[in-house]
Design a protein around this ligand. Structure first.
Ligand SMILES: Nc1ncnc2c1ncn2[C@@H]1O[C@H](COP(=O)(O)OP(=O)(O)OP(=O)(O)O)[C@@H](O)[C@H]1O
Ligand SMILES: [Mg+2]
Length: 286
């Protein structure tokens, strides 16, 4: 017996976005379904619209035409159930780790007239997230006392506090060193499994995109569009050794090659030459 296909968590139909005064569309003909509990990663040359698309799903940006549905409903502004995590941790420096994590829920409690059992449940949730993120010992620390990796774990815990159905992440590990990033990769995979959120994750790092994603969506620039969607054939059980497996490296090479092609260059050397040409022109003009 065939299992029915689940209704997509996110449905994007022929979505266009043009910023005021721009000559080109930042997004053009974007169509994609994202299933509940999927982990989809987005890669592509700089300026291809990855952040614009993510922000549009988050309700922080409007689209010019097309359709964007979450749980079958049109997206109309931001929502606590579509939580965002950015490269810069954006923690409140005047609050401790614990206060940062609890903050959004406290706001919700004030606005929605919650009962004391709601408050207790929220406090249990905060404790569970502190444990999940390995932050118990830092609950009373200030953000500036933490490493980048720890600050980002606080930001993720804060995003998870409202039990979001969708977690939108824009280069969340981009500012971290390679070792910390590896730890974060396994942590976010664990969080995804446990929390069952649908994760949409933007990155420049193709290795990260393959290691984390069930699918990798490659976008192309000028205009921003979807070029290729790759199914990642490595199942759910993954460990760091996978990154050295020949099939993994072959997929990484294929995606990197395609990003270069869509950016209009065949090699990194060409990009370097183009950039140094631009620099030489700039200094001649100065
Ligand atoms: N607020 C804005 N106003 C006008 N144009 C914008 C705005 N935000 C983005 N753009 C333009 O939209 C296009 C897509 O930008 P976007 O930031 O989404 O790309 P990206 O793929 O996230 O790039 P990167 O990898 O460098 O982060 C670019 O041409 C950019 O200049
Ligand atoms: Mg971006």
């Amino acid at each position: 017996m065939n299992t029915p296909t689940p209704t997509p968590k996110i449905q994007i139909r022929d979505l266009f976005k043009r910023f005021d005064g721009a000559a080109l569309n930042a997004l053009e003909h974007i169509s994609l379904d994202i299933a509940p509990n999927e982990f989809v990663t987005f890669v592509g040359a700089s300026g291809c619209g990855k952040s614009t698309l993510l922000r549009t799903i988050g309700g922080l940006e409007t689209h010019t035409s097309g359709e964007l549905l979450v749980d079958g409903q049109p997206v109309d502004g931001p929502d606590i159930h579509r939580a965002m995590v950015f490269q810069h941790y954006s923690l409140y420096p005047w609050m401790t780790v614990g206060e940062n994590i609890r903050f959004c829920r406290q706001l919700a409690a004030h606005t929605r007239n919650r009962t004391s059992s709601d408050v207790e449940a929220a406090s249990g949730r905060a404790d569970a997230l502190l444990r999940l993120m390995g932050l118990q010992a830092s609950e009373h620390a200030w953000p500036n006392q933490l490493s980048g990796g720890m600050q980002q774990r606080v930001a993720i815990a804060r995003a998870l506090m409202g039990r979001p159905g969708i977690l939108l992440m824009d280069e969340p590990f981009g500012a971290l060193d390679a070792q910390t990033r590896e730890v974060m990769h396994d942590l976010i995979r664990h969080v995804h499994k446990l929390e069952k959120a649908t994760v949409v994750f933007v990155t420049h790092d193709v290795e990260e995109a393959i290691y984390l994603g069930g699918r990798v969506v490659l976008m192309a620039p000028r205009p921003g569009r979807i070029d290729t969607v790759y199914d990642v054939p490595f199942g759910e059980q993954r460990d760091q050794d996978l990154k050295h497996a020949p099939e993994f490296l072959a997929l990484k090479r294929e995606i990197l090659g395609r990003i270069r092609e869509t950016a209009g260059m065949k090699t990194d050397l060409e990009q370097l030459q183009r950039l140094s040409g631009a620099l030489a022109t700039d200094s001649a003009a100065a």
